[in-house]
Ligand binder design. Structure first.
Ligand SMILES: Nc1ncnc2c1ncn2[C@@H]1O[C@H](COP(=O)(O)OP(=O)(O)OP(=O)(O)O)[C@@H](O)[C@H]1O
Length: 279
């Protein structure tokens, strides 16, 4: 089934300006070093993402993917350039962007519903107590966790913990979801199930998503475009692949098409070209 032609792996650098929701312009990020001169990690990133678009960011370890995500989250500031969400410059974290990390950052002394409720209380301050209760149970149901509502994190599997993290992020109704290798710590079977669940939710309630992953198949399955980063330091966007499948998607059907393998090979060839000896 595999072949190496690239005919369907189209590259596009941006969405149209009318539909741009996140706009990253000439972003540079440098960190100070003990040697004196700062080290430029990201060097001139230009990227626009639409309001209802799911994008994945792939690149070799250390190229600056998490740094880029943290800048969009407002946890880090760019050295120069601009990052705007819905026309407004991002400088600090905000309830319009929620993050899901690889390591489930749940509070161990709170139950599943209390973990989600804490975030809802923090963000949806104007909602009534009844509404907030409803939002929490609705989002726990979305990730099939109703039965685990009153459990504590250490009573849950890794996949369940990650589902709580996803329910928590979605329950605050952010305009943008930022995910840093959200399935990276899970076994293959759990990963596949959770990818499907997140995709089901996203296909029903579309929002802007930026997901970092090391997994090309995950990126093809879930995203509209795949951002391929060059190696760091001074990493840039090397290429952007438009995934030629509409949503909702069916992985088995996708895998029966030539387009799937064209995109896959194209992305893997790119990553091979940027492979370095010290990785
Ligand atoms: N706060 C910081 N101070 C100095 N250097 C930093 C800081 N944060 C990240 N870096 C450096 O920036 C580079 C990019 O790091 P980053 O974590 O963004 O890469 P990544 O592509 O997400 O890596 P990985 O795939 O391994 O998670 C690395 O060389 C890292 O050491």
């Amino acid at each position: 089934m595999k072949n190496s032609t690239h005919q369907t792996a189209r590259s596009t650098t941006s969405v149209t300006s009318e539909s741009a929701f996140l706009e990253i312009e000439n972003l540079v990020k440098a960190y100070p070093t003990s040697e004196g001169d700062p080290l430029t990690i990201l060097d001139g990133i230009d990227l626009t993402i639409a309001r209802d678009e799911f994008i994945s960011v792939i690149g070799h370890s250390g190229c600056g993917k998490s740094t880029l995500l943290k800048i969009v989250a407002g946890l880090e500031n760019p050295t120069s350039g601009s990052v705007r969400l819905d026309g407004k410059e991002i400088r600090t974290p905000g309830a319009d962007r929620m993050m899901v990390f690889q390591q489930y950052s749940l509070l161990p002394w709170l139950t599943v519903q209390e973990n989600v409720r804490l975030a809802v209380d923090e963000v949806l301050k104007k909602a009534s107590s009844v509404e907030k209760k409803q939002i929490v149970s609705e989002h726990l149901a979305m990730v099939n966790l109703t039965a685990a509502t009153n459990k504590y994190p250490d009573e849950l599997s890794g996949g369940m913990k990650q589902r709580v993290g996803i329910a928590r992020a979605l329950a605050t109704r952010p305009k943008m979801l930022l995910m840093d290798e959200p399935f990276g710590a899970l076994d293959a079977l759990t990963r596949g199930k959770l990818q499907r669940q997140v995709l089901d939710i996203w296909e029903q309630h579309r929002q802007a998503v930026m997901m970092i992953t090391h997994d090309v198949d995950e990126a093809i399955y879930m995203s509209d475009r795949i951002i391929l980063m060059t190696n760091g330091p001074q990493a840039k966007i090397g290429e952007i692949i438009e995934v030629p499948f509409s949503h909702p998607r069916n992985l088995s059907e996708m895998r029966e098409t030539q387009e799937y393998y064209d995109v896959r090979n194209h992305a893997l060839d790119f990553l091979d070209r940027y492979f370095t000896q010290d990785e």
